[in-house]
Design a protein around this ligand. Structure first.
Ligand code: ATP
Length: 324
């Protein structure tokens, strides 16, 4: 006798929420056995799915008992925070391009724009018109055309609307972005607000990133702030994976000559002094700024800057593999 198609008999919404998770579903002598991959789901979600499956299958005439076997085959989702001591050093640019480079290297990557006071990811990832929907009072990330789903306060606030929240509200908004339906995403890149205030510390303590990447320009002041940001991560017991130097050396779009308006090599020297890995250097280049403004990040292309971001992503992948 052919086995009854259990999955096809489930209510549509339940079947959709279980997409890719059901490993096997059988009814043997009145006992329905569902093997479910629950990786990435929290305890409440797991309990709800189990209850929903039992409610859906118990009324069947051929089912006396429902057993849901939960497995977690996929690696648990890990958060990588991208932080900087001050604004404007290219943290959002790095976060977006790094997410794309990791995606291109085969990871399942999502991006949270936690820079709730000045969200820039909707522009960089070309999702400005998208409005995230919610399911079970949790947000569903917006799909970008780079294969990296993203959530940003910029998707929720009206364009041009100033967001002037106080600490606790900002913390709640952030929680909504991180505690969303990230599905199969195994790496969540979080673009932190610049600086070292309470919002950052609360976020780090609440969501416990696996590690942090620190961005700085080679300027002395930015470097001092980066060191301060390093202390913030130490305080929250989040390991700093390494430092990235951004806007290092200006490549003239006309003649190709490289000059160093902010100096060069300062971040690498600081990394050595702080005994932290140096992850790479991104030059100050018109294409990077224009790509960000046009929703066309260079990491998605095949140019020289895509290679720089891919090299940083490679180091991050190795760190993740070694610190699994
Ligand atoms: N390597 C680069 N070359 C040229 N322009 C860059 C580079 N990195 C960033 N920029 C540009 O600098 C500006 C600030 O970058 P970005 O928004 O990424 O910084 P940020 O540190 O996230 O700032 P904020 O904290 O204010 O959001 C943007 O216009 C961006 O396109």
């Amino acid at each position: 006798m052919a086995e009854p198609d259990i999955v096809a008999s489930l209510p549509e919404a339940l079947a959709a929420s279980l997409e890719g998770r059901i490993q096997s579903a059988r009814i043997v002598k009145g006992r329905a056995m569902i093997v479910l991959d629950v990786a990435g789901l929290d305890t409440d979600e797991r309990a709800r799915i189990e209850a929903d499956l039992k409610a859906a299958l118990s009324p069947r005439a051929d089912v006396d008992e429902v057993r849901v076997i939960q497995t977690a085959q996929r690696t648990a989702r890990r958060i990588i925070a991208v932080g900087s001591g001050k604004g404007g050093v290219g943290k959002s640019t790095l976060a977006a391009n790094l997410a794309i480079a990791l995606k291109r290297a085969g990871h399942k990557v999502g991006l949270v724009d936690a820079d709730i006071y000045g969200p820039s990811q909707p522009l960089i990832l070309d999702t400005r018109d998208a409005k995230p929907e919610a399911r079970d009072s949790k947000l569903i990330p917006v799909e970008s055309r780079f294969g990296v789903p993203v959530l940003s306060m910029g998707h929720l606030a009206k364009p041009g609307q100033a967001i002037a929240w106080r600490g606790p509200m900002a913390g709640n908004a952030l929680s909504q972005l991180i505690d969303a339906h990230w599905g199969e995403t195994d790496i969540l890149i979080v673009d932190l607000p610049p600086g070292t205030g309470d919002v950052q510390l609360t976020m780090l303590q609440k969501f416990k990133p696996a590690g942090a990447v620190l961005v700085s320009t080679p300027q002395d002041l930015a470097l001092i702030d980066a060191v301060r940001a390093g202390h913030l991560f130490d305080q929250a017991s989040v390991p700093v994976i390494g430092l990235v130097e951004n806007m290092a050396g200006y490549v003239c779009p006309h003649c190709g000559e490289v000059s160093d308006p902010f100096g060069a090599g300062g971040v690498e020297a600081a990394a050595t002094k702080l005994d932290l890995p140096f992850l790479g250097r991104i030059p100050l280049a018109l294409e990077i700024r224009e790509g960000g403004d046009a929703g066309d990040p260079p990491a998605a292309g095949d140019g020289i800057h895509a290679k720089s971001f891919a090299a940083i992503a490679e180091k991050l992948s190795r760190w993740l593999a070694a610190n699994g």
